[in-house]
Write a protein that binds this ligand. Structure first.
Ligand SMILES: [Ca+2]
Ligand SMILES: [Ca+2]
Ligand SMILES: [Ca+2]
Ligand SMILES: [Ca+2]
Length: 248
């Protein structure tokens, strides 16, 4: 027993020496605070598995950091202990914010189909024919399509359209130019046309977009005239009569 105690003394001294050395090195470092990024070693989407029993709750980290020390936002992944969207918080999985979309999880392969911010009810994706949250000029990706502030309203390339900015275009192209996203070639709609989901249309005579985008005429009409659905030269038929050949 005595021999084992004596044998342990050099090791204790070595440990003490190392501790002093570590403290000294820390004290001798430069004055720039060390930023620890615990997520930095894992690519976004890595599932680190459940925490062991008794472990402290996940802490928000600073996401990925660029060369200038700034957090680089990306789509938030729930439950991975990484603050990808740089809001200072980690997002739990599920529909935490009550917007009816589950937060993007490590198992999701298409991050445009899940809630890219599970803690904000005003951020959610387009799905099932329904539009996503309106893309506001607020520095975040409101509609979870992977682009930030890409709407025409935020696009400096659309500024020259003036008051027609909201009708003749709907998106900022990757190169910063103003565009109607579904139009061939991605051009701005011509004067008098409106950028709808099907591309550029004339809402004064388009039966699928009569008067406004998505306002389709019913079988009680066979044409759109002056932005109103019509049957021939008259108004639409009554609701039980179909318009055919310009007559009810
Ligand atoms: Ca996360
Ligand atoms: Ca949300
Ligand atoms: Ca977006
Ligand atoms: Ca935005």
């Amino acid at each position: 027993m005595r021999a084992s105690v004596r044998d342990g003394l050099p090791m204790k001294r070595l440990t003490l020496t190392l501790c002093v050395l570590v403290v000294a090195l820390a004290a001798c470092g430069d004055d720039v605070p060390v930023v620890h990024v615990d997520g930095g070693g894992f690519p976004p989407g890595t599932d680190l598995g459940p925490l062991p029993d008794g472990a402290p709750p996940p802490r928000p980290d600073l996401g990925r950091i660029d060369g200038g020390g700034a957090c680089v936002p990306s789509i938030e992944i729930c439950g991975d202990r990484i603050d990808e969207n740089c809001d200072g918080r980690e997002t739990p999985c599920g529909d935490t914010d009550g917007d009816h979309y589950d937060a993007c999880a490590p198992t999701d392969t298409d991050l445009t189909q899940c809630d890219c911010d599970g803690l904000r009810a005003d951020v959610y994706p387009a799905r099932g024919g329904l539009p996503g949250a309106p893309e506001l000029c607020d520095g975040i990706d409101n509609d979870c399509n992977g682009r930030i502030d890409e709407s025409a309203a935020c696009c400096t390339g659309c500024a020259s359209l003036g008051a027609e900015r909201a009708t003749r275009a709907n998106i900022c192209a990757v190169d910063g130019s103003c565009s109607c996203s579904t139009a061939p070639g991605g051009a701005v709609c011509a004067a008098g046309e409106t950028c709808c989901s099907g591309g550029c249309v004339n809402t004064t005579n388009d039966v699928l977009n009569c008067g406004a985008c998505g306002a389709a005429c019913t079988p009680q009409a066979d044409r759109c005239s002056a932005s109103n659905c019509a049957c021939g030269s008259g108004g639409p038929c009554d609701f039980i009569t179909v318009c055919s050949g310009g007559a009810c």
